[in-house]
Design a protein around this ligand. Structure first.
Ligand code: ATP
Ligand code: ZN
Length: 214
């Protein structure tokens, strides 16, 4: 017997969290989002919320542990999980860019040939380099990527940029935008009919909220 509720995965704490929760609240969905709670059930909509690390969300949605989730497109593409994009959400906009030490000369992508680049996004970066026929060494690191050039770990970095202040503070300048991202709602590719009906209701409300804002 299928359970007729939607299990929704959202980021526990980070740059997606607040806007994700606000979106559901604007849709009239009531739930308790007390700090530290990892799971909560809505009191007026057939939904249960799971609070997780964003990197884990595409995997949970692919496996069907969660039915839908909200992540940055950057994370969805990087993980390469088989999920559907149910809706682009228009918040947490950012870009994935390559940056080099300020003052280093840069004429174009060919200048990356034979160089090393530190990143937490080896897949997206690898695809970009391949498309541009550049052979560069990818150093995968999970955080504080911008420090890499100054400690001699890599020539360049490839990381998420929004205002550019982190790059500036670390003496780097942005030379290539390789991916543009925003928050997206992802969905398990083969939801039951009952769950699909709940998702349609949710998407209808999100659409109404977005339309009212524009
Ligand atoms: P977690 O602890 O859940 O793994 P995280 O540190 O990986 O969190 P955040 O920094 O909270 O992730 O970013 C989550 C997502 O928000 C990113 O994957 C990206 O899509 C988007 N994002 C990242 N940085 C910015 C930014 N400066 N401005 C807007 N959106 C951003
Ligand atoms: Zn993360």
């Amino acid at each position: 017997m299928s359970q007729d509720f939607l299990r929704i995965a959202v980021q526990k704490s980070g740059r997606l969290s607040e806007d994700s929760l606000t979106l559901f609240k604007e849709c009239g969905i009531k739930f308790d989002s007390k700090a530290g709670k990892l799971k909560t059930t809505s009191s007026n909509f057939p939904a249960e919320f799971l609070f997780l690390r964003d990197d884990d969300i595409p995997g949970y949605v692919e496996d069907g542990v969660a039915d839908i989730g909200i992540v940055g497109e950057n994370v969805q593409v990087e993980t390469g999980r088989n999920v559907d994009i149910a809706k682009k959400l228009g918040f947490s906009k950012c870009r994935l860019s390559i940056a080099i030490p300020r003052g280093d000369s840069y004429q174009g992508v060919q200048d990356l040939q034979g160089r090393s680049i530190a990143t937490s996004y080896p897949t997206i970066l690898g695809n970009f380099l391949k498309e541009n026929e550049i052979e560069a060494e990818i150093h995968e690191i999970s955080g504080s990527v911008e420090i890499a050039p100054s400690i001699g770990l890599a020539h360049a970095v490839c990381d998420i940029v929004s205002s550019g202040s982190t790059l500036l503070a670390n003496g780097l300048s942005e030379v290539e935008v390789i991916f543009k991202s925003e928050a997206v709602m992802i969905a398990h590719p083969s939801l039951s009919e009952a769950k699909r009906a709940i998702l349609s209701k949710l998407l209808f409300r999100i659409h109404a909220v977005q339309t009212a804002k524009n």
